[in-house]
Ligand binder design. Structure first.
Ligand code: SF4
Length: 381
């Protein structure tokens, strides 16, 4: 038996590997080993979630940002960006249109925008929750003090996405300005968990300077943090950033890591990201085939959608929300999957809440999922 196959089996059994084991597994990737890993990952996911793919509506409400991350197209010092900021009313209208299309999770994303302050975010969240009580609100607004995260949680926010990007301090420093540290980011993630959010971290695959050993650090950090969601996507350079000439990450390596994450924790919520679809026309379908179970069509109003460009050539910037909704449905059906229009909470949350609607764990035609049915010894605490 090859080393890679042995490591894949060990990962499926134990939910983790040593740092050396992860690095060897990543280095040993071949088309055959990837296919084997994807088959185990897909089975593990289906045992928990069935055939359904959860759908989230992404609302990019502001492209203002006080930060200057070296890889990001909307970084503070990019003077070529045409900045915009939606009003709470425009966000509500966007949610309303999304709700009519069947969305039951709204992901509010922006740069770290001091012009849309914590109080206004809280007010917007509570208005969304009051208008659409059957829907979840996910925030993806960067680093903030614990009291701000607490305010938003009290306003009704259910989930928070904050990619850690890389767990290694030197690598992090090479991608960010001096005033940003991975220690702060990790602290934010721990605070968010303590506040009861469903928390998502994640990283870019193929960012400049990344090695299998650094990826192993990311995976071990995820193992320790036990997030509810993990978002990964290939690094894609933006032409107006200091990393403009860096080569993009690999779709195949991203898919492989996605399969690894699924084997680490079968109950994770893992999106097949827009970045995957940007580098490969069927990247999102491949992401789901590799183990993802979430898809995030863009709901951002058409008038500003093309201005939220973290990287070059982003897809879906010219399509109406209704077209995106039908497009992802067709794409999922083409690979034997179905869109699950439930809120799509993490299985642990459903078990914890006697009020959670049973439909939330419906599997859109698949085998009924059981939260306790996850194989392997990797249950979340
Ligand atoms: S990655 Fe996020 S925090 Fe960094 S510059 Fe871009 S929007 Fe701002």
């Amino acid at each position: 038996m090859s080393t890679t196959r042995r490591l894949t089996d060990e990962l499926a059994r134990e939910g983790t590997l040593t740092a050396r084991g992860f690095a060897d597994l990543i280095r040993g990737r071949t088309p055959e080993s990837a296919e084997y890993l994807f088959s185990l990952a897909s089975e593990a996911r289906d045992r928990v979630f069935g055939k359904g793919v959860f759908m989230r509506g992404l609302i990019e409400f502001s492209n203002h940002c006080r930060n200057d991350c070296l890889y990001c197209g909307i970084r503070r010092s990019n003077r070529l960006v045409e900045r915009y900021r939606l009003t709470p009313e425009e966000i509500l209208e966007t949610c309303s249109a999304g709700h009519s299309l069947g969305f039951r999770t709204f992901v509010l994303q922006s740069g770290e925008d001091p012009g849309f302050g914590p109080g206004l975010v809280a007010e917007t969240v509570s208005r969304i929750k009051a208008s659409f009580p059957d829907s979840a609100v996910t925030l993806s607004l960067g680093e903030h003090p614990p009291e701000t995260y607490a305010l938003w949680r009290a306003a009704g926010a259910d989930r928070y996405l904050l990619r850690h990007e890389t767990r290694n301090p030197e690598h992090y420093a090479s991608l960010h300005p001096r005033d940003m540290t991975v220690a702060t980011r990790v602290k934010c993630l721990r605070t968010l968990k303590e506040l009861g959010y469903q928390v998502g971290c994640g990283f870019m695959v193929g960012s400049p300077g990344q090695t299998p050993e650094l990826l192993a650090e990311d995976l071990l950090f995820i193992r320790e943090l036990r997030p509810h969601m993990v978002g990964i996507g290939p690094f894609i350079p933006h032409r107006d950033t200091p990393l403009a000439s860096a080569p993009p990450g690999s779709v195949d390596e991203t898919l492989y890591l996605l399969g690894i994450l699924r084997l680490m924790d079968p109950r994770l919520l893992i999106p097949a990201t827009t970045a995957l679809g940007t580098l490969d026309g069927t990247g999102r379908e491949k992401g789901v085939a590799a183990g993802a179970n979430v898809i995030m069509p863009i709901l951002t109003p058409m008038g500003v959608r093309g201005k939220y460009l973290l990287y070059d050539n982003k897809i879906c910037t010219g399509d109406a929300s209704s077209a995106c909704r039908m497009c992802v449905q067709r794409r999922m059906e083409s690979i034997g999957r179905e869109i699950d229009t439930a809120r799509g909470d993490h299985p642990d949350l459903l078990r914890a809440s006697p009020c959670a609607p049973p439909a939330s764990m419906s599997t859109a035609g698949g085998t009924p999922a059981a939260p306790g049915a996850a194989p392997g010894p990797s249950p979340l605490p």
